[in-house]
Design a protein around this ligand. Structure first.
Ligand code: DON
Length: 318
């Protein structure tokens, strides 16, 4: 059903072995209670700090997991590759590239900066590039543009996703730094819509509720070359999947990208809601949820669990 032969990745071992390894990694990482909840968006600290789930979905639709697979949390920055994907589908790779570059920054996610030469945001995984991507989404009006984003994420997840109103309201009340970025983008003509509209769309997309299982299926849809392995619906074309995974590889973990690529070796994206999503192209999607974060804004147990899974299952392919 997909061009697996393009990828030289290892083969995931049979079901029983996968389930046992996930359980072992879960027990190992559960002991780690370090890190802190995000509280710069007040509502983000209103979660169960000890929640923890690990889910692995294969490109042919098998699902394995341990822990809290069905607890809802907001997708936050894990939304960025999916909105970038929709912008690419709406506008084409060349037009999006005129607005958003694909260079890693080595800087935190909320850095207020555009490339001084080109005035473009450096990549779509940092906030500047993500807000620019939200500004490029087509639609008849603001409501339609957000509805298209939500429907697109839902195709990846294989179920209807909805927005968490409390988290959205909390971010909309406090997101002044992101508004500054929106105005910078408008001033540089990177977006031609009202900057408040683009930033509001970004706040909304970050506030979409997902579960660990949803994120694993979204990752498996990327692994399966854009076709959801459960619903068989196409969420993205193959060439655009390649573009998105490439950018996740170099930029998805922000200023920890190098450390991540060397220790985990998979394209990935983290969010301050506590989720991490990683993809082994052609084979599997992995998601971890645990809301205590490290200094980069990534889940402490999530990073650790991905390292362990990658090493124990032999997933490091970069
Ligand atoms: O821009 C923000 O502040 C958030 N809504 C999303 C940030 C985020 O998830 C960063 N990633 N780790």
């Amino acid at each position: 059903n997909t061009d697996y032969a393009r990828y030289a990745g290892p083969v995931v071992p049979s079901g029983g072995v996968v389930a046992r390894i996930i359980d072992e990694v879960y027990e190992l990482c559960r002991a780690d209670t370090s890190g802190t909840l995000a509280d710069y968006i007040p509502e983000l600290s209103a979660v169960q700090p000890d929640s923890f789930g690990i889910c692995l979905a294969t490109a042919d639709g098998s699902i394995y997991g341990s822990g809290d697979l069905d607890a809802a949390f907001t997708i936050q920055s894990i939304s960025k590759p999916f909105t970038y994907a929709l912008a690419l589908a709406d506008r084409g790779v060349a037009e999006v590239a005129r607005h958003i570059d694909v260079e890693p920054t080595g800087e935190p996610f909320n850095e207020i900066s555009l490339d001084p030469q080109t005035q473009r945001p450096r990549n779509p995984m940092i906030n500047a590039g993500a807000i620019a991507a939200a500004g490029l989404i087509k639609g008849t009006d603001a409501a339609d543009r957000f509805a298209r984003i939500r429907r697109s994420y839902s195709r990846f997840a294989g179920r209807e996703l909805t927005m968490n109103d409390a988290v959205y309201a909390s971010e909309a009340r406090t997101g002044f730094r992101n508004r500054a970025i929106g105005y910078l983008l408008r001033g540089a003509n990177i977006i031609d819509v009202d900057p408040d509209e683009a930033v509001d769309r970004y706040f909304r997309q970050c506030s979409i509720d997902v579960t660990c299982r949803d994120l694993a299926v979204m990752a498996a849809t990327l692994a399966n070359n854009g076709v959801n392995p459960l619903t068989r619906e196409r969420a993205l074309t193959g060439p655009l999947v390649e573009q998105v995974l490439s950018v996740m590889t170099t930029c998805g973990m922000y200023d920890a990208a190098g450390d991540w690529v060397t220790t985990v070796g998979l394209p990935a994206k983290s969010g301050v809601g506590g989720g991490i999503l990683a993809v082994l192209p052609g084979q599997i999607g992995i998601a971890v949820y645990s809301p205590r974060l490290d200094a980069h804004g990534s889940s402490v147990r999530g990073v650790k669990a991905c390292r362990e899974l990658s090493s124990r299952l032999g997933l490091h392919f970069l």
